[in-house]
Design a protein. Structure first.
Length: 235
């Protein structure tokens, strides 16, 4: 049984972690995919305008797809929570003695005396809704999801994808020659990938320098592969 106590400051931290996760998901793909697309097209066409049009189309499609994925993930989390609440209500109604023992076990695991275990369990079990909430949180380790989480996730991921995707495309807006624009795009995108990878690694507890290098290399390899394939089939 999970005996982890959840304090108010931790709940705030979890909410910010949801936002951080969304931004990481959207930004990482937003930087990499349009970058690879622009690099690939630069190996096949000379006009930056074509790359801009294709890049904008990809960013629009990618942000919608990524946002939809975030929305569905949020809805799945809500559906899972409701399913577990329903199951827990059934157990409280029909398997009362087992639930009482599990509640006592939780209090025993945090060091309460036998007498206090009995009193605390008796108090909680008086209100079935409160008892179910208690078991959801401490037995299953599930926090009630934000009902707006799915929509927020979709917006966070989609907008982060757009923000990331604009960076590799930006040189093509002002430089007509695609080969020249690609040079600036490579520099700008790799710098952003390095910075993004560094802070992402710092926040997730991974070695920051290695994390930054790894993210940068992934983006560079993807772009180089796309460019190479375009050159290979260029006529």
């Amino acid at each position: 049984m999970n005996t982890h106590l959840h304090h108010p400051h931790e709940e705030t931290h979890l909410k910010s972690s949801d936002l951080l996760r969304d931004v990481v998901i959207g930004m990482s793909d937003g930087l990499t995919v349009p970058f690879a697309l622009a690099a690939g097209l630069s190996g096949a066409v000379d006009s930056s305008s074509i790359i801009v049009i294709a890049g904008i189309a990809e960013i629009a499609a990618g942000s919608i797809a990524m946002g939809l994925g975030g929305y569905l993930a949020g809805k799945t989390e809500q559906d899972h929570y409701r399913s577990e609440v329903k199951r827990e209500h059934h157990e409280v109604e029909n398997l009362r003695e087992r639930e009482i023992e599990e509640t006592k076990e939780f209090f025993a695991n945090i060091g309460l005396s036998k007498e206090v275990q009995e009193k605390a369990t008796e108090e909680i079990a008086r209100d079935k809704d409160r008892w179910v909430d208690f078991m959801m949180k401490y037995e299953l380790g599930l926090e009630k999801p934000d009902p707006k989480r799915a929509t927020k996730s979709a917006l966070n991921i989609g907008l982060s994808y757009v923000a990331g995707g604009i960076i590799p495309l930006s040189p093509y807006f002002i430089i007509a020659d695609s080969s020249e624009a690609l040079q600036y795009s490579v520099v700008a995108t790799l710098i952003c990938l390095f910075i993004f990878g560094y802070f992402k690694s710092r926040l997730t507890g991974v070695n920051a320098l290695w994390g930054a290098i790894r993210v940068t290399l992934i983006g560079a390899v993807a772009a180089a592969a796309a460019f190479g394939v375009a050159k290979l089939f260029e006529r």
